[in-house]
Write a protein of this length. Structure first.
Length: 283
């Protein structure tokens, strides 16, 4: 089996063409290609599959083998993968995910995708999407005691749950201390949550650090960036088009007022490609 490791200015995922081969034991395969087992530096596994509803179907698996709905970074890299590997010649794509149908626009230079604009849909703010202990329909800037301090937390969902809080300086924050604590506050987020810490710099520029549930701090997360912008707009801190600085690189996030959709624009990079003997897993 051949796999491709890609980075989309944030999460690293292993991509596998599941159109031209039959794959079995997917949870075990996902665990094998994760950091903890095969050590290829992956935040998870993405399968490129045929779709009866869109151009392609994306299935995303977490390092522990569970299947996730959608990750913005993983979604953008799907567009680069299918075009660069000549699975399509289209630059406007519809990708089927467990989180719904997503739209991609590809920028191509010298036959390769250099930039991807992803429409990741509407932010989910209802407490019916992320179960939270609140009387309000929307969980926005709510005071939550975390260890020795109070954070104003906003909960958003992009298929995988996220929450965000604005702080004075992300550089001076103990991300592991507070991120891990918030992730495991199951009385507040019963299904555990990804945690984004954001620092307001200008109305169109913020800086974030991301704590990913079950993994720890990551170099970046596209949906974490989107979460921070949604919270910033709702609380009057930000304009609707914002550059988000993260360890993995900057992303452009736009919350369109007419469609109510979030658009995420940025590059994706192929880190390496290699063959992998997984015959013992696929039996």
């Amino acid at each position: 089996m051949r796999f491709t490791k890609m980075q989309a200015y944030g999460n690293d995922y292993v991509y596998i063409d599941a159109i031209h081969q039959e794959l079995r034991n997917l949870p075990e395969l996902a665990r094998y290609v994760s950091d903890r087992h095969f050590a290829v530096g992956s935040d998870g596994m993405v399968l490129i599959c045929s779709s009866g509803r869109g151009d392609f179907k994306m299935r995303m698996f977490n390092p522990d083998g569970t299947e996730g709905e959608m990750c913005g970074n993983a979604l953008r890299s799907v567009g680069k993968y299918v075009y660069d590997h000549r699975l399509t010649d289209r630059t406007e794509l519809v990708i089927e995910t467990l989180g719904g149908m997503k739209h991609l626009t590809l920028t191509v230079e010298d036959g390769l995708v250099t930039n991807i604009r992803a429409d990741i849909g509407k932010p989910g703010l209802s407490s019916g999407v992320i179960p939270v202990c609140t009387d309000r329909e929307d969980f926005i800037d709510q005071d939550v005691a975390v260890l020795d301090r109070i954070f104003k937390i906003t909960a958003v969902s992009w298929g995988n749950p996220h929450c965000v809080m604005y702080v004075d300086s992300v550089a001076e924050l103990d991300v592991e201390k507070y991120g891990k604590t918030i992730e495991h506050m199951t009385s507040l987020f019963p299904n555990k949550t990804n945690v984004t810490f954001a620092e307001f710099l200008k109305r169109d520029y913020i800086r974030i650090r991301e704590w990913e549930r079950g993994t720890g701090e990551t170099i970046g997360c596209g949906t974490g960036c989107a979460t921070a912008v949604v919270a910033g707009v709702l609380t009057g801190r930000l304009d609707r088009k914002v550059t988000v600085e993260q360890i993995g690189g900057p992303l452009q996030i736009e919350w369109d007022g007419a469609s109510d959709h979030l658009f995420m624009t940025g590059p994706s990079h192929t880190v390496f490609e290699a063959d992998l003997d997984v015959s013992h897993i696929l039996r």
